[in-house]
Write a protein that binds this ligand. Structure first.
Ligand code: SAM
Length: 385
């Protein structure tokens, strides 16, 4: 077990990091999500932290700023030296410097993440966390589970899904293929004192020997981003297959066999579609009508595909700087718009409940009621006085 994780856990508990974090991200009515403390909001949070007299070491751990060793207490210096020894930070001429790790809090557990996702100037991130990671967990009804519930978090990343399940269950398994992410899950498991509750398996999700009729809860935020094969793409993002959804297909198709009766699986993905619905709904319809599962799709966001094409072009260009940016944009756009006929992306949480008496598909798509100016149709205004 990493010694720095144990020292950090004791220190964070001592300063009541969760309360500090809740206070900070609550400022300015910011909702809490993993991207909130980032390069753009850094100065806002820095001011809040000085005004609240928050320990200076959090400048390093939360804002990824340099911190002078002299400004730390003896206890904090010891912690910083151990973090440096285990390569989470460096210490150079008496100054503590980030190596890209960021510490956040979620549902009262500590989470060390790859902070480069929020501070891009530090380089490419190796591990993913985003709003979708929080959204999928938001939909889980915790009262359906107890300490004996058998839980599986596939594509665990930072371990956020496994740690969430360990809030109620003593029997959680995290599957992850990438070594960088495995190290993070290990660290986060120790940081939250969940060694006995969470088992970590370094494996390919497609090749794992899943026990049948076994799980009460399965969670997964798989890679799903459709990137033309010739441009490569990061392991945490690049989806397989003609539409990037082959990880999801595998997970959806097998949920019925992996879950116990009354078990539930939650998967979150961006689905390509036309103006009214994601294309994948047709496949879900077919599956739900031919098996003992009830599928509910919660659609929380609808994005014009052109916005994503722009973002994808940047990702592909960063990976292939020798290729002309316009050529990349054209290829990405041809794949999404011409070959697949998509005009929108839908951020969707797919809930699959196994129940021998029920099947079918429910779609909760509030995006259908949006007008072109982004407002909801037929909304009754509340009186203001
Ligand atoms: C989109 S990230 C999700 C991370 C995390 N669960 C979350 O929601 O914040 C996808 C994760 O799946 C992992 N992954 C990709 N391919 C995999 C595979 N074949 N088997 C297991 N894990 C895989 C990646 O390394 C990455 O950590």
């Amino acid at each position: 077990m990493a010694k720095s994780a144990i020292m950090l856990k004791d220190y964070l508990s001592d300063i009541d990091f969760h309360s500090i974090y809740k206070y900070l991200v609550g400022g300015n009515n910011y909702i809490s999500h993993p991207e909130i403390v980032n390069i753009d909001s850094k100065s806002f949070f820095s001011l809040q932290m000085r005004a609240a007299n928050v320990p200076v070491i959090l400048d390093l751990l939360l804002l990824l700023n340099d911190v002078d060793l002299k400004s730390l207490s003896p206890n904090e210096i010891e912690l910083a030296c151990q973090l440096a020894k285990e390569n989470f930070i460096t210490i150079d001429n008496g100054v503590c410097k980030t190596l890209g790790y960021q510490l956040i809090s979620f549902n009262d557990f500590y989470l060390l993440i790859d902070g480069r996702i929020n501070f891009q100037a530090l380089g490419f991130h190796r591990s993913y966390i985003g709003v979708d990671s929080y959204l999928m967990l938001y939909y889980i009804s915790r009262n359906k589970f107890n300490q004996n519930s058998v839980c599986l978090d596939i594509c665990s990343g930072t371990g956020i899904g496994a740690l969430f399940a360990a809030l109620f269950s003593k029997n959680v398994t995290a599957i992850e293929i990438d070594d960088f992410a495995i190290n993070l899950i290990n660290f986060n498991r120790a940081l939250n004192f969940k060694e006995n509750e969470i088992k970590i398996i370094n494996h390919d999700l497609f090749k794992f020997n899943y026990p049948q009729n076994h799980y009460d809860l399965i969670t997964c935020n798989p890679p799903f981003v459709l990137i033309p094969d010739e441009f490569g793409g990061p392991l945490y993002a690049k989806g397989f297959g003609k539409d990037g959804l082959d990880h999801l297909r595998f997970l959806v198709k097998n949920a019925e066999f992996w879950l116990k009766n009354n078990g539930v699986a939650y998967y979150i993905v961006d689905l390509l579609g036309d103006d009214s619905n994601p294309f994948f709904i047709k496949e879900l319809e077919k599956l739900a009508s031919s098996s003992n599962i009830e599928i509910t799709v919660f659609i929380d966001n609808k994005l014009d595909a052109r916005i994503n094409i722009k973002a994808l072009t940047s990702i592909c260009y960063n990976l292939n700087p020798e290729i002309n940016r316009d050529v990349i944009r054209q290829k990405v756009s041809t794949l999404i718009v011409k070959e697949l006929g998509a005009s929108h992306y839908y951020l969707s949480t797919i809930m699959i409940a196994k129940n021998s008496n029920k099947n079918g598909l429910r779609i909760f798509n509030r995006q259908k009621f949006l007008t072109s100016d982004g407002k909801f149709k037929n909304v009754v205004s509340l009186p203001t006085t």
